[in-house]
Design a protein around this ligand. Structure first.
Ligand SMILES: [Zn+2]
Length: 457
């Protein structure tokens, strides 16, 4: 059987044009990225953005006080630049802004998860937002074609929001997008999908799953929704597979955050890694303890440098996200580097006392594999399970599972066994208890993390 290669990611031609590359042959309308040209571009942009920042931002001027004025000369000097932390952004805020405030088109305030209470603020110029819109437009070409309709189950329509940028970007390709906002009521969202005639959905994995496993979500005819883009959270394999089965669609994954300028990296039709927006962003992976850069293939903390942002560039910004760069080349033929699925925030990992740390990603991979589960929350408590005491069990992992109907006892016990087999749980003295509710809530789950309410550290 002759299996056709997947089409090259549309981000490849877009990036090649940004680099000023020509088409390889007269009959080939799309230029192709080459790694050397990209490295030259990234070297030049890196030198430029550092010069831009140290000239205009009090924070970067201090940060680079001891950096020779002719550095960085290129990518090879990247390691010599100090990191920028989330705390820097929180505490120094406007000191990182490089343009007059009148040139700022959008300020995004992110609620803090830390103890300082200070929110993070990020500042974007019109030009910064335009680059994101351009990225959305080209990245989405893997999912939609002219005439399609996209329902965005993420924030909008405020100017500069994901919903608004997608609407503007896709309109240029003859694709109509509507920003609905987060999934608030499954009945309303399902009705809107049908009325609007959505061919594509963009949303947060846990929320789209919540919708797909609702009564109203299951009534959406197979084939109505042709593609789904997941963004904003870790994508567990069973979540992806479950959505594809439920609606007969293809699921694409995107990684991005406000810090990356919303757009970051997105899958192509090879459905392997997520192609990085390499003309604008440079990703490194560093060892979380030593902060030394790690080779491709190794997991660590993702560090991002915005190569083209003017409002508030982030240079070697430690994202706090756990990820890795993939080795080798994507099956679509593009040389654009790929990120593996990003596993979420490292600060949200919980130490149960074994050799490994428990993550929401671990739990998602096991709990969502049960088709009767709509959503769940997780908490680690001091309490030992009934009949057990330390050291047989120290602490208890309590999962509150919202089910579709009332699951049988065997199913719940089966899930319990699966959770107990997660390496971080198996290696520790932690009991597992599962509480099932059939829940009357309509709103989809918000930001999900494991709550740790143990009194000891
Ligand atoms: Zn590809």
């Amino acid at each position: 059987m002759n299996v056709a290669a997947p089409p090259r990611t549309p981000l490849d031609g877009w990036t090649a044009r940004r680099l000023g590359l020509a088409c390889p042959a007269p009959d080939c309308p799309v230029p192709v990225v080459d790694r050397d040209a990209l490295a030259r571009w990234q070297s030049r942009q890196l030198a430029e953005v550092v010069a831009w920042a140290r000239e205009r931002s009090p924070f970067y001027r201090e940060l680079y006080a001891r950096l020779p004025s002719n550095e960085p000369r290129g990518l090879r000097d990247l390691r010599g630049l100090p990191f920028v932390t989330q705390d820097d952004v929180r505490r120094r805020g406007t000191d990182l802004v490089c343009v007059p405030l009148g040139d700022i088109a959008r300020v995004v305030t992110l609620p803090t998860s830390g103890s300082t209470g200070q929110p993070k603020r990020l500042w974007f110029t019109e030009g910064d937002l335009e680059l994101t819109a351009d990225h959305f437009r080209h990245g989405m070409r893997a999912l939609v074609e002219p005439g399609d309709r996209v329902l965005v189950l993420m924030p909008g329509p405020a100017p500069g929001s994901v919903g608004a940028l997608l609407r503007v970007a896709l309109a240029r390709d003859g694709v109509e997008a509507e920003a609905y906002g987060f999934v608030d009521d499954c009945g309303r969202v399902a009705r809107r999908i049908l009325e609007f005639g959505a061919d594509c959905l963009v949303g947060v994995p846990g929320q789209v799953l919540w919708l797909a496993r609702s009564r109203e979500g299951r009534e959406i005819p197979v084939g109505r929704v042709k593609s789904v883009l997941f963004s904003g959270d870790y994508v567990a394999e069973p979540v992806r597979a479950s959505i594809e089965r439920a609606w007969g669609c293809r699921v694409f994954e995107h990684y991005g955050s406000t810090e990356t300028g919303l757009g970051g990296a997105v899958q192509c039709r090879a459905f392997a890694g997520l192609h990085i927006r390499e003309a604008d962003l440079l990703f490194e992976v560093v060892d979380p303890d030593t902060h030394e850069p790690l080779p491709r293939g190794r997991w660590g903390e993702l560090v991002v440098t915005t190569l083209t942002r003017r409002g508030m560039p982030l240079i070697r910004y430690r994202t706090g996200d756990s990820g890795r760069l993939l080795r080798g080349r994507c099956a679509c033929g593009s040389v654009l580097r790929c990120l593996d699925r990003v596993r979420g925030r490292m600060a949200d990992e919980v130490d149960l006392g074994g050799a490994e740390r428990l993550t929401m990603a671990d739990l998602d991979g096991v709990v969502y594999a049960q088709e009767w589960v709509r959503t769940f929350s997780a908490e680690v408590t001091d309490a030992a399970p009934a009949g057990l005491s330390w050291p047989t069990a120290c602490g208890e992992l309590v999962l509150t599972v919202t089910a579709r109907g009332r699951p049988s006892r065997a199913r719940v016990e089966g899930l319990e066994a699966d959770v107990e087999a997660i390496p971080a749980v198996a290696a520790s003295h932690t009991g597992v208890r599962i509480e099932v509710t059939t829940g009357g809530e309509t709103a989809a789950p918000g930001k999900r993390r494991i709550r740790d309410t143990r009194s000891r550290g």
